[in-house]
Design a protein around this ligand. Structure first.
Ligand code: ZN
Length: 91
């Protein structure tokens, strides 16, 4: 599945970083608590799918498939802040 509504800033930062897997990004997490638990969430509590959001594509059988949907600007900013906590350089 391809995400046709990726956020330009998120995509630019992902493209500029050296990671090929989002797990490589979350491994660098230095925020408070657990990296996976702190992945940003939609208002209904579902976590963002980082593949969908950062890479712009994901698998049909993704466990976070229900999060393959538009995020809006506020949640996009939370993802950018999360990328900060994962030490992803600003593009
Ligand atoms: Zn996914």
């Amino acid at each position: 599945m391809v995400n046709h509504q990726t956020h330009a800033d998120i995509r630019a930062r992902w493209e500029a970083c050296a990671h090929t897997k989002t797990s490589e990004m979350t491994r660098e997490y230095q925020g408070s608590g657990n990296a996976v638990n702190n992945i940003p969430k939609f208002q209904d509590g579902k976590q963002v799918c980082l593949n969908w959001t950062c890479k712009g594509e994901c698998k049909d059988d993704c466990p976070r498939k229900t999060s393959h949907r538009p995020m809006g600007e506020a949640l996009s900013r939370s993802v950018l802040a999360y990328m900060d906590e994962c030490q992803v350089a600003r593009a």
